[in-house]
Write a protein that binds this ligand. Structure first.
Ligand SMILES: Nc1ncnc2c1ncn2[C@@H]1O[C@H](COP(=O)(O)OP(=O)(O)OP(=O)(O)O)[C@@H](O)[C@H]1O
Ligand SMILES: [Mg+2]
Length: 249
């Protein structure tokens, strides 16, 4: 499809992140958020749904491992504003893991996940979707080409449903890219690593189709507004305690 004007953007709900990706995500596309354990993937995804809810949209959080209620409870520890949106069903929680485990002892497939999401998406008219974590979706190794086709079909279907989606990817191998990395429209990488005996949090836009962005690591912090991104190096302005100027915002 060809459009002469620049595409409208949807806000990620993460302060500072929209600014480094030309205002937000291009809607009706599928994005990947990847990173090591505890790097903030789930928090960012929930902020994305919360932003939609604040703007009157309806979002769906599909959980494949953790109980979604626990995810929300953990979030409310820092930001209770999500609770009313869950209560009034602006954010829907879908504990899909156990449902699919009952159907088969094998890991859920793209096909099975898609058919369930499609049902809810059409009935509830959702415009934002999070699948957490994508890594729980298995695939028989017998036909690698088939994985690509299934995944491409999955992405195409989500886009056709008019949904902007974040797939949460657990980074298992730092130096190996998989099919999903090539097929999605954008990849946001969250970093959490040791540097000079301090843990550093950072965020990096690795790929964002149709967007002018740099690929540097950016400083990231948890604040009372959840994750906040600063357009500067994560190593900048650190004092001897490892705290930067933006702390406490
Ligand atoms: N508001 C906050 N202030 C300080 N720390 C926070 C805040 N919110 C979350 N955290 C910390 O950030 C960590 C990461 O949160 P999150 O669950 O989003 O990460 P994740 O990347 O999804 O992890 P996992 O791979 O285990 O699912 C938590 O373990 C918690 O310690
Ligand atoms: Mg998580």
């Amino acid at each position: 499809m060809c459009s002469q004007s620049l595409p409208v953007r949807v806000s990620t709900g993460v302060k500072g992140l929209d600014d480094i990706i030309e205002g937000g995500l291009i809607p009706r596309r599928v994005y990947l958020v990847t990173g090591p354990p505890g790097s903030g993937k789930t928090t960012l995804s929930i902020q994305f749904l919360l932003q939609g809810a604040r703007e009157g949209e309806r979002g769906l959080y599909v959980s494949l491992i953790q109980k979604p209620e626990d995810v929300i409870m953990d979030m409310t520890r820092y930001d209770p504003s999500i609770v009313p949106y869950v209560r009034n069903r602006k954010i829907l929680l879908y504990d899909l893991g156990p449902i699919l485990w009952r159907e088969s002892s094998k890991a859920p497939t793209w096909r099975s996940v898609l058919s369930r999401i499609k049902e809810v998406a059409e009935a509830a008219k959702i415009t934002r979707l999070v699948i957490d974590p994508l890594t729980a979706i298995g695939f028989p190794d017998t036909f690698p080409a088939e994985k690509r086709t299934e995944l491409a079909r999955f992405i195409r279907k989500i886009e056709e449903l008019g949904i902007t989606a974040i797939l949460v990817d657990e980074m298992t191998e730092m130096d190996r890219y998989r099919e999903e990395h090539y097929l999605v429209s954008g990849i946001i990488m969250m970093h959490y690593f040791m540097h000079e005996s301090r843990m550093i949090r950072a965020i990096q836009v690795l790929k964002m189709r149709g967007t002018n962005h740099d690929t540097d690591m950016k400083m990231m912090k948890f604040s009372k507004d959840g994750i906040v991104v600063f357009n500067r190096s994560p190593f900048e302005g650190m004092d001897e305690h490892g705290h930067g100027e933006g702390d406490g915002e």
